[in-house]
Design a protein. Structure first.
Length: 169
């Protein structure tokens, strides 16, 4: 089962390795995300590949983005219960990234599709299990590399590159 809103936000099958690794790392399934989360993931992947000239960098992603529980850590929705957002303290360090706004009702539009290799995890139809790790930034092991990439991002930001221009590209 695939949500129409996810396809509109850039999801194509077979899914990229970065998405599969994120799902595995955070212990969540695709349907636990929301459309804005999908847009953040694929915007980041394209930004890394096309603008930074590198494969998607896991700790750079964690440096800029966090996963939070929706609506609360005690009560997570099955669909969209693990949302990705730009870290508030990183807003001025990353390319301008406005919120999508209201996307309510997105889970009502879906369709069946064959699950090609490498496959997405099977839907278990349950809410994600919240862990504090969702909010933690990346590890310090790549600190020097992250610092260098942050300087490159600052130069790209100075050229007025925005999330919208990355997605348009």
């Amino acid at each position: 089962m695939l949500f129409v809103a996810f396809v509109r936000c850039g999801l194509a099958l077979p899914a990229c390795d970065f998405l599969l690794k994120l799902l595995h790392y955070y212990g969540i399934e695709l349907h636990n995300r929301d459309p804005e989360s999908i847009l953040h993931i694929f915007g980041f992947v394209h930004f890394c590949e096309a603008f930074l000239g590198i494969p998607p960098h896991f700790n750079l992603f964690r440096h800029h983005f966090c996963v939070f529980s929706y609506p609360t850590s005690k009560n997570l929705h099955i669909f969209g219960g693990a949302r990705i957002r730009l870290r508030p303290e990183r807003i001025d360090e990353y390319i301008p990234y406005p919120a999508l706004g209201d996307s309510s009702g997105w889970e009502a539009e879906w369709f069946y599709v064959r699950n090609p290799f490498p496959p997405l995890p099977r839907i278990r139809n349950k809410a994600p299990e919240y862990v504090l790790e969702w909010l933690c930034p990346g590890s310090d092991t790549d600190e020097g590399q992250i610092r260098d990439l942050m300087q490159l991002i600052a130069s790209i930001r100075a050229k007025r590159v925005t999330a919208a221009s990355v997605v348009y590209n």
